[in-house]
Design a binder for this molecule. Structure first.
Ligand code: NAD
Length: 510
């Protein structure tokens, strides 16, 4: 690949099309910034429509004429394992890339993100080994036949991801698509594309995938993403991002009835039951709400407390937030890093102002941290609002920042009603010592994932996805692989004679 450095010494990254690193056809570029200090980090090629056309044509050819869709599941699994091994060898480098690019504290990228991404790739490799054959029950109606399901790849998949959790997200999009024999045109967010570029560099260096199986285009969503999602030669769009853009993607996919999976926003409730272990609750709520500054789709942004525990829990949370270290994401001591961009910070600050106007009380935070180190980065203090009512905007809309809305409830039925009173349905957590009661609550929550005495833990073997406007389709586990396959029923007649068949009695004369 072109690895020039610009006059300012910045690395310069191209797009990856048909097994080759290529600049944009018109030489266009965009700059990637470090959210911790606002400084430029890298220059990237910005794809034109002609570049996207070439990437899709390469993926199309690799699917329609290439060996990939017919490569044995075992061979695909070996290749995915090889990619995971090669990425693991770059573990710390990848963690640093992701931390710098997305402002994610290095502790998180080192101990969670890269490990989880690799685990997902390896899980897909293991599941890929499963033969795409699924037997169906025996039938002799109307005659004896052998029936089975054959799962086949869908075709060319456009995969579009947001800036948060980029490495993991890329792994959990590429893993299932490749495991099942699809080809891919991938578009990361322009705000944090660098860990995805590193994955593609590794794939290129390994040289195990046929040309055109994976392609990478870079650039703004409204231009590159939209053109890609609407392209008639794309068979499936796998999108992770905001609900607002998800609605557009659905409309763009409609003319060709493209296969679509949407992983969208959330306004996830953490429901504390009256008997909960409060030590666990306080840790868990901080983890649920402020991990990666709340910039996670499944972040716990609403805390539902029994009125009897409200003041105690809030007091303890406030005390603990005071002790959290906001700072440079590259520092291993840092708990809370910056937001991804000035625009995101403005959005979060707008919601903090709305919360105040709506009459909620800021128990802690609400501003920007003070100090030289924060001046050029996009920092916001972890913020807790109390006195929040279910109808307030800060209790209903996704803020995607370190802002926790605390609501008090009087009885569990009310808590469940508040939790479910949302356009979203991505995730929730229930906190209780009584597992039977916690399970009963979990079963009544309308969300794709419910943790009991836990939050955020994504399990590479378990389905992840949303109810309602949090999207549809599932990622990870066998469910995630299934989303990348067409289901073909094959019926093999075993009678070898005319009598007894449906046509015998219903249509044809003897
Ligand atoms: P976003 O919707 O603005 O962008 C997501 C991706 O879509 C980016 O690559 C962007 O360039 C592209 N895009 C933007 N406009 C487009 C268009 N018109 N057509 C095609 N592509 C377009 O989201 P974001 O701000 O990058 O990420 C934050 C959002 O993502 C939050 O709402 C969060 O909840 C959601 N998210 C969901 C999940 C999940 O699994 N459910 C995971 C992570 C993030």
């Amino acid at each position: 690949m072109r690895h020039e450095h610009s006059p300012e010494g910045l690395p310069h990254y191209d797009q990856y099309i048909d097994g080759d690193w290529q600049p944009a056809s018109n030489g266009q570029t965009f700059t990637v910034f470090d959210p911790a200090n606002g400084q430029p980090l890298a220059i990237c090629a910005s794809a034109t429509h002609a570049d996207v056309d070439r990437a899709i044509a390469a993926a199309r050819a690799a699917f329609d004429q290439g060996p990939w869709p017919h490569t044995s599941p075992a061979r695909r699994a070996d290749i995915l394992h090889a990619i995971a091994d090669a990425l693991e060898a770059r573990n710390f480098e990848l963690a640093e890339i992701e931390s710098r690019d997305a402002g994610v504290p290095l502790r998180k990228t080192t101990y969670n993100d890269i490990t989880l991404g690799l685990e997902i790739l390896r899980g897909c490799a293991e599941m890929a080994r499963k033969h795409p054959y699924e037997p169906l029950p025996w039938t002799d109606l109307p005659t004896v036949s052998w029936n089975f399901v054959w799962r086949e790849p869908i075709g060319v998949c456009a995969q579009i991801i947001p800036w948060n959790y980029a490495f993991c997200m890329a792994a959990w999009k590429l893993g299932p698509a490749l495991a099942t024999g699809n080809t891919v045109v991938f578009k990361p967010s322009s705000l944090a594309p660098l860990s995805t570029i590193a994955i593609f560099q590794t794939i290129h260096e390994l040289n195990l995938l046929p040309k055109g199986v994976v392609n990478l285009v870079l650039g703004p969503g409204s231009e590159v993403g939209e053109y890609l999602a609407a392209h008639p030669a794309v068979d499936k769009v796998a999108f992770t991002g905001s609900t607002e853009v998800g609605r557009k993607i659905m409309a763009l996919a409609a003319p060709q009835i493209k296969r679509v999976t949407l992983e969208l926003g959330g306004k996830n409730a953490m429901i504390v039951l009256p008997d909960a272990d409060l030590d666990l609750v306080v840790d868990g709520v901080l983890w649920g709400a402020f991990y990666h500054s709340g910039q996670l789709c499944e972040a716990g942004s609403r805390l539902l407390l029994p009125r009897s525990l409200h003041d105690t829990v809030v007091e303890r949370l406030v005390e603990r937030v005071r002790g959290m270290k906001i700072g440079d994401p590259m520092d291993l001591e840092t708990d809370i890093g910056p937001l991804i961009s000035e625009r995101q910070r403005e959005k979060v600050e707008r919601y903090i102002a709305i919360g105040r106007e709506e009459g909620a009380t800021v128990a802690i935070g609400g501003g920007r941290p003070l100090g030289e180190v924060f001046v050029n980065g996009y920092y916001v203090e972890p913020t807790i609002f109390t006195g929040v009512q279910p109808e307030m905007r800060i209790a209903r809309e996704e803020i995607f920042g370190p802002v926790l809305a605390v609501l008090a409830y009087d009885e569990i039925g009310e808590a469940i009603r508040i939790a479910n009173d949302s356009i979203y349905g991505l995730a929730a957590s229930v906190w209780s010592r009584d597992l039977q009661q916690a399970l009963a609550v979990a079963q009544r929550i309308r969300a794709g994932t419910v943790w009991i005495n836990e939050h955020h833990v994504l399990n590479p073997r378990a389905p992840f996805g949303g109810y309602r406007q949090s999207g549809f389709g599932r990622e990870m586990g066998q469910y995630g692989l299934d989303e990348y396959t067409e289901v073909k029923h094959i019926h093999v007649d075993l009678m070898q004679r005319r009598q007894g068949r449906l046509w015998w009695d219903t249509l044809l004369p003897e």
